[in-house]
Design a binder for this molecule. Structure first.
Ligand code: SF4
Length: 395
């Protein structure tokens, strides 16, 4: 496949990336730590992610070219976010595998305006000293210039035993082309993870999250799934799934990995029931610029494709994503807005979890609430009530 490597430049650095697919939505892959740049494997990556390319334009990012002497996962996240901004990407569905997942978590925390959905593959929210031993061994091999030893140790830890044994010679062969510069770069990138810990900040992640772990992951924290369950458990928009039998490289090995991602990414749009009314009266004002932007995007999408399936909810939704009142997936006015949701659901004879085309939901809101003059009984105490006494602006 003729995919060429492109380079994005910012004031501070340049970063290679490849782009493939032609979908309207944006999917970004942040790969894990590797001995050589993933750009060399771009054809294989494009093939692996082919199922996503109708719905998404896919970007695969490398790390920045010129690495500072001391570099952290947080720095990598800031640089990758800067690269995404330089390319004009927004509403990104972000997938990070292994070290890429660590970077992805930081991006979702520090640059939430860029991210629409987060997928974490075989990663962790913390690497303590006892878990860093495997990286210390890799770093030692790299520093000693033992590329073959590094490739073999890496392959053995990352892939299932049978796969590694079958491909042992291929791993050794890969080492032949490794340069001293690549080994130094590997050392810096591996060192960047020392002390990584975002457990206390996971609750700041407000976007939907899919966590794909591996029960027999020999590289990262064995309690990673529990960390994510503690942070995201109970959230309707978050799913945690653990593979069995594929090791750390489940993202390369599990045959249904991309399908599972695609199902999550294309699931019905979560919509708070009362937002079925807010969208009708929206005239461009809201809680913040990011919020109004998001509201415009959702309204435009649903106007353009009114048959889009929506899943009704009384929790945070696709519109709440950019709201300053959304505290890690919970609305700070939850009592009031839940009351509105429940009233809308009841008047429309629907319930949370129901899935239907947006047009059908919008028609019920119109016929059973607005046309009956019942809007005020639902949300008359809302701070935006004055806006909604005028005629609806949107279909
Ligand atoms: S105020 Fe609450 S319900 Fe309304 S958009 Fe913000 S987070 Fe969502």
């Amino acid at each position: 496949m003729g995919i060429s490597v492109e380079t994005v430049k910012t004031d501070a650095f340049s970063m290679d990336y490849v782009r493939f697919g032609s979908g309207k939505r944006t999917f970004v892959i942040l790969p894990g730590l590797s001995v050589q740049s993933v750009m060399g494997a771009r054809g294989a990556v494009a093939q692996a992610y082919d199922a996503l390319t109708r719905e998404f334009t896919v970007y695969l990012f490398d790390r920045r070219k010129e690495l500072p002497a001391a570099y952290t996962v947080a720095d990598m996240a800031d640089d990758t976010a800067a690269a995404m901004r330089a390319l004009g990407l927004k509403d990104v569905s972000l997938f990070g595998a292994s070290q890429g997942g660590m970077i992805a978590q930081y991006i979702a925390i520090a640059h939430p305006d860029l991210i629409e959905t987060l997928i974490l593959g075989s990663t962790t929210a913390r690497l303590d000293a006892s878990q860093f031993g495997i990286f210390d061994r890799w770093i030692d091999l790299a520093k000693r210039g033992d590329a073959e030893g590094l490739y073999l140790a890496f392959g053995e830890a990352v892939y299932p035993k049978a796969f590694f044994e079958k491909n042992r010679n291929a791993f050794a062969a890969l080492a032949k082309g490794v340069t001293g510069g690549e080994l130094s770069r590997f050392t810096l990138l591996a060192e960047s993870m020392r002390g990584f810990d975002v457990r206390d900040r996971l609750k700041e992640i407000a976007c939907p999250v899919l966590v794909l772990g591996a029960k027999d992951d020999a590289v990262l924290a064995p309690d990673a799934a529990q960390m994510y369950a503690d942070a995201f458990g109970g959230r309707e928009d978050c799913t945690i799934y653990e593979y069995d039998g594929y090791g750390h490289a489940a993202f390369d090995m599990a045959p249904d990995y991309r399908e599972r991602m695609l199902r999550f990414l294309t699931r019905p749009l979560a919509l708070r029931a009362h937002h079925g009314m807010c969208m009708r009266f929206f005239e461009g004002r809201g809680y913040s610029e990011a919020f109004t932007d998001r509201m415009r995007t959702v309204i435009a999408t649903l106007s353009e494709r009114p048959q889009t399936p929506v899943r009704l909810t009384a929790s945070t939704d696709a519109i709440c994503l950019r709201c300053p009142n959304n505290a890690g997936g919970t609305c700070t006015s939850s009592e009031k807005v839940r009351r509105y949701d429940e009233a809308v659901l009841s008047l429309c004879d629907l319930k949370a979890g129901d899935e239907l085309p947006y047009a059908a939901f919008a028609e019920r809101v119109k016929a059973r609430i607005l046309d009956q003059g019942l809007r005020e009984t639902v949300c008359g105490d809302c701070e935006w009530d004055g806006v909604c006494t005028l005629a609806p602006h949107n279909p």
